[in-house]
Design a binder for this molecule. Structure first.
Ligand SMILES: [Fe+2]
Ligand SMILES: [Fe+2]
Length: 138
């Protein structure tokens, strides 16, 4: 893989983080039901970490000589809290897959610094997947 392709993929990752930020803001504000109160606190923690993820990705894109994307993908509205959490889980699982690929790709390319910078994203995304699975009783 060449660096241009990597920049493109990292910008795609960045856009999924923008989507996470929009989704979590929306879902935190609209979540209903006493059974989800502790989940909402977890979503708040996710939200602040997504902001760090987006910032880290934008910095890596710039470091590699690219221009960080500012495109926010469309976010579909959820009709209830379970559906909202399901959307969040699906997005986190997609990101987990992306970060696994990105860590090994950057290692293969000899970009150790980039790989190191992406490692916390991989780890925290794994935690987010587990949190949401637990919240949904999966
Ligand atoms: Fe994230
Ligand atoms: Fe996340």
């Amino acid at each position: 893989m060449d660096q241009t392709k990597l920049i493109e993929l990292l910008n795609g990752d960045l856009e999924t983080e923008y989507r996470s930020i929009v989704q979590y803001i929306s879902h935190i504000a609209t979540a209903k039901g006493a059974e989800f109160q502790s989940t909402i606190e977890e979503l708040r923690q996710h939200l602040s970490q997504e902001l760090q993820h987006a910032t880290a990705l934008a910095e890596q894109v710039d470091f590699l000589g690219g221009v960080p994307s500012v495109r926010v993908p469309p976010v579909s509205a959820a009709t209830d809290t379970r559906e909202a959490l399901g959307q969040d889980l699906e997005l986190e699982q997609n990101q987990l897959e992306r970060y696994r690929e990105r860590v090994s790709q950057t290692q293969e390319m000899g970009l150790g610094d980039v790989s190191e910078a992406l490692r916390p994203l991989l780890q925290q995304t794994q935690d987010h997947v587990r949190d949401l699975q637990a919240a949904l009783g999966l």
